[in-house]
Every structure is written in structure tokens, then in C-alpha cells.
Design a protein around this ligand. Structure first.
Ligand code: RIB
Ligand code: CA
Length: 313
């Protein structure tokens, strides 16, 4: 079977880093056409630098990394250094990148790739605010119909929010962009907090990363150690939720997850619930289904896949 062509849109972020590493370690299933960086966890100048750091950590200097939008479509940028540290990649001590940024804007790369390949070929994997994706759809209305699938990390229903009581960070940062994407008509698979809060990096799972005893394994263990201190204090959980790698794992083995095809709309007016993913899980409205909203994960299977694939780098 041919590997799936994907563009990873990202705001690294330790969990983005692990998602990118998993993709780069899985060439049989995934062909990474490029990384498009967006402002989110930290400002754009850091997300585009961190994306290149991660590619070099994986030994994949040939990956195209593009800088994209440096602020949300209609709101001031909100960042998350309190979770990810000042650099956005706190934890391991990794060298600055030497590989260059790719020429051109991330939005134009997304448009070009979707026009170059046949409709239904390219999958978009947003791991941060949806600013680049929505800007591309606005700039080139013909491309939404050419997207094979959008598999994104964002939102929450039973789990509520993590940046406000009702909103998850990626959607909250750019709710206008999320509204455009969820109304685009492109097939969408959502990995919300309802799933990612069940993908916890317990001590045993972190030890398994470290036991790989490779630069990648040790760096991932150090990243998730750092990332975890915030979540443990906040959630008292048995470890940090590993949000973004759920997107990559779905591309490799969708059977790790279950969910429902339902209507999901985005709150874009009330400041109280701004950025909420209003998921009609119980189908109490007649609003048309527009997204497959995941709700369960085989966490042991997920971490076994992740650890096995990271060992390849
Ligand atoms: O809410 C979690 C999401 O926000 C993850 O993608 C994390 O990297 C941050 O972008
Ligand atoms: Ca992210």
C-alpha cells in the first residue's frame, strides 16, 4: 500500500515534537510532504525553529519546513509557555538547527500541494491553531474539496477545556479559523481532549522511552518529563496527556481509536465559551454531521506503537 501523503501543521511544543518524530519514523505508512509552522504554544519564530530542531534530531534534514501565520485570524495571539517552557521545547538540551527554512509561506505550500496532487491524495494533520489551514481555504476556495482528510488534535466535549473551562487551546487560540475549517466540507477526524486525556505518559511509559537509550528516546523522555510537571499539578494525573501523537497514530493504526460521526460547531461569539467545540454527541439536533469525533483510545497499544517506532530513529 502506498504511504499516505501528509502535511503536518504544527506549533512545537513537546507533544507536537513526538507526533512529528512518529511520522518521520513511519515511512511505510506516511510520506511527510512538509511541516507548516504556526504561532501557538510559542510565537512563530520559535515554532519554526523547533520544527527544524526536531527534524535534525530525527536525522531528517531534507524535510521541508515552512513558516506560516504569526497570529490568529481575528484575535490576539495567546501562547502556552506555562506548559511548554519559554523555548516551547524545554526539557532536552538540543542544538539550534542548521537546516534552512524552506522558501515561501506555509499557506502557499498547502495550496500548491493540494493543487499539485489529485483530489483525495493529501491529508492535512493540524496539531496547533488552525490559522494556516483556514487562511489557505480562504485564499484558495477550490482546495477544501481536494483534501483527502483533515486529522486534527483539538477540542473537547466530555473533558471540557484546558485553557478555559469550555475550550481546548488549539481551538481557543483561533476560533474563527476553526469555524472555517469545520464548515469547509473537508472530511475531518478530531482527536479531542476526550481521547488525549486517556493517553497519559505514566512513569513506566516514560521509562520505556528512556530505555531506548538513543538520542531520540532520551530527548522524548526529557520532553515528556518537562511537559508533565504542569499537567500533574493541574490534573493530578498519572502523567501528562500526549495530545498530538494521537493524530499520527491514527494515520498508522486507526483501530486504536473509536468515535462518532457527528455535528461539531465552534463558539465564535460568546467570550464565556469562546472556542468551545459544541459537539452534538447525543445527536439531539438535526445539524448535519461534519466530523468524526474520537472518544476512546487503546492507550497500551498507542504507547507500544510509539515506543517501537521511536526506536527506529
Ligand atoms: O490542547 C493541547 C494542544 O495545544 C496540543 O496540540 C498542544 O501542543 C497545544 O498546541
Ligand atoms: Ca500542538
Amino acid at each position: 500500500m502506498q504511504p499516505r501523503k501528509i502535511i503536518i501543521d504544527t506549533d512545537p511544543g513537546q507533544d507536537d515534537a513526538v507526533a512529528i518524530l512518529l511520522a518521520l519514523a513511519s515511512p511505510e505508512e506516511i510520506e511527510v510532504l512538509g511541516l507548516t509552522c504556526v504561532a501557538g504554544n510559542v510565537p512563530l519564530d520559535l515554532t519554526q525553529k523547533n520544527a527544524r530542531i526536531i527534524c535534525e534530531l530525527a536525522g531528517k534534514r531534507d524535510v521541508k519546513v515552512f513558516a506560516g501565520c504569526d497570529r490568529p485570524m481575528g484575535r490576539a495571539l495567546v501562547t502556552a509557555e506555562h506548559v511548554h517552557g519559554k523555548s516551547g521545547l524545554d526539557g532536552p538540551d538540543l542544538p539550534d538547527p542548521t537546516m534552512p527554512l524552506a522558501e515561501g509561506h506555509a499557506v502557499d505550500f498547502i495550496i500548491e500541494q493540494l493543487r499539485e496532487f489529485a483530489p483525495g491524495t493529501v491529508t492535512l494533520c493540524p496539531l496547533g491553531p488552525l490559522t494556516n489551514i483556514a487562511t489557505a481555504f480562504e485564499k484558495a476556495p477550490d482546495i477544501a474539496g481536494r483534501v483527502a482528510k483533515i486529522v486534527l488534535m483539538g477540542g473537547g466535549y466530555f473533558e471540557g477545556g484546558n485553557i478555559t473551562p469550555t475550550a481546548e487551546f488549539n481551538i481557543y487560540v483561533d476560533p474563527q479559523a476553526a469555524d472555517i475549517v469545520f464548515k469547509s466540507g473537508a472530511p475531518i477526524v478530531v482527536m479531542p481532549l476526550d481521547v488525549t486525556h486517556k493517553a497519559l505518559v505514566t512513569k513506566e511509559r516514560n521509562d520505556a522511552f528512556r530505555a531506548l537509550n538513543t538520542p531520540v528516546g532520551i530527548a522524548v523522555a526529557q520532553m515528556t518529563d518537562f511537559f508533565e510537571r504542569f499537567d500533574k499539578e493541574k490534573y493530578g494525573s498519572a502523567g501528562a496527556p500526549l495530545h498530538d501523537p494521537c493524530v499520527t497514530a491514527y494515520l498508522i493504526n486507526p483501530d486504536l481509536f473509536t468515535g462518532r460521526h457527528i455535528n461539531v460547531e465552534i463558539e465564535t461569539t460568546s467570550e464565556l465559551t469562546m472556542g468551545m467545540t459544541v459537539a452534538d454527541w447525543w445527536r439531539v439536533t438535526d445539524r448535519p454531521a461534519n466530523a468524526t469525533f474520537m472518544n476512546t483510545i487503546d492507550a497500551d497499544g498507542f504507547f507500544a506503537l510509539l515506543t517501537e517506532r521511536l526506536a527506529r530513529l
